[in-house]
Design a protein around this ligand. Structure first.
Ligand code: COI
Length: 359
């Protein structure tokens, strides 16, 4: 049984791979830091929290995660502040969301204190992997999956929880082009739209591929009932600046409750920008675009941060916004959030969780 002050066993690498890594140009999620966290759930509790060298794991092909997708994950980042400090950004929000995701997918939640301790220990060990280049960060990917080798379509009773980390650059290097999909849906009420589970992403791959074949970057999902109301982008939540009003779809159970989404709403309100979380129809967005009232559109997410959207296409019509650059509000939000994350700006909301590291 794991207590709140669990001792994490640590097996360090004999030789770091850091010298082979290009932290200035890492791409996204392609290279991994030296260590990973691993823990197993068996006989009713999480056991043996361990940090070990990142590497392959040997598994049976019958694992339930391969067949039924019983798996949830999170994404958060560590930011370089100085040689002795790395910042985490609102990690408790990701831990809380993963707890909710676990419940929805019948995975026993990881004790929050242990979860945070695991991230912290891993960052302390691999802090040299946190990129220093402006805009880059160390992406932290926790996930929990069904590790029981039984091909019956029922919840597993053995699970593994891992945390792997990856130096990353921007998720989107240019403004994003969105196609509002009229045929496929991401999530319906009562489904798993608000859950960060593997299946949501698998189900989006085919429509996204179709959108890419037509020259778009991503799908702008519409609601499952009327195909009328905007939901999210799958890789990020979505915001529209219509005249002076910042509008974003409300959390109705079908979209992911993004940590960056919440931070953007809090910051904008702090600056006296009027924000509405409500149902926003694609017709309203397209109409605003045609009338020149859609001043900005941007997506928000841990990977994407605040990513400008410059094209929205729906039902054969296209509106374009800020062809090549960010709009003023999107830029201000990006600068502020990234500034807080990297310790260059004040943190009036107490969002930063600093980790002291030893060089
Ligand atoms: C994140 O932003 O952390 C995500 O998990 C989105 C994913 C598409 C990289």
């Amino acid at each position: 049984m794991i207590s709140e002050k669990a001792n994490i066993e640590i097996e360090q690498v004999s030789e770091s791979r850091l010298a082979e890594a290009d932290l200035d140009n890492p791409g996204f999620g392609r290279i991994f830091a030296d260590h990973m966290f691993e823990m197993e759930y068996r006989d009713g509790s999480w056991h043996s929290p361990t940090i070990k060298p990142y590497g392959t794991i040997e598994v049976e092909p019958a694992l339930k995660v391969f067949h039924y997708g019983q798996s949830v994950f999170e994404g958060t980042k560590a930011y370089y502040v100085g040689d002795d400090t790395v910042n985490l950004f609102r990690p408790e929000k990701n831990i809380e969301r993963m707890t909710q995701s676990c419940r929805r997918i019948c995975i026993p939640p990881v004790p929050p204190d242990l979860f945070l301790q695991a991230i912290e220990q891993l960052i302390k060990l691999d802090h040299r992997w946190v990129p220093q280049k402006e805009g880059n960060a160390l992406y932290i990917r926790p996930f929990a999956s069904a590790f029981e080798p039984v091909i019956a379509a029922s919840s597993a009773d053995v699970f593994r929880f891992y945390i792997i980390t990856s130096p990353v650059g921007s998720y989107y290097s240019k403004p994003v082009k969105l196609l509002a999909d009229q045929h496929h849906v991401r999530a319906a009420r009562g489904g798993t739209g608000a859950t960060k589970t593997a299946g949501n992403y698998a189900a989006s791959l085919y429509p996204v591929q179709q959108a890419k074949d037509k020259g778009f970057d991503q799908v702008l999902w519409l609601d499952a009932i009327e195909h009328k109301y905007v939901e999210e982008v799958g890789t990020m939540n979505i915001f529209f600046l219509i005249d002076d009003l910042l509008v974003t779809p409300k959390l109705s159970g079908t979209i992911l409750p993004g940590v960056t989404r919440d931070s953007v709403i809090q910051l904008a309100r702090h600056w006296d920008v009027e924000v509405e979380e409500r149902a926003v129809s694609i017709d309203e967005v397209m109409e605003a675009g045609k009338q020149g009232k859609l001043r900005e559109a941007f997506g928000t997410g841990t990977a994407a941060v605040v990513a400008p959207v410059n094209t929205i296409s729906y039902n054969g019509e296209t509106v374009t916004i800020h062809e090549e650059e960010r709009g003023a509000l999107g830029q201000r939000l990006y600068d502020e959030i990234y500034g807080i994350q990297t310790g260059k700006k004040e943190d009036p909301f107490g969002w930063i969780y600093p980790v002291t590291v030893h060089s």
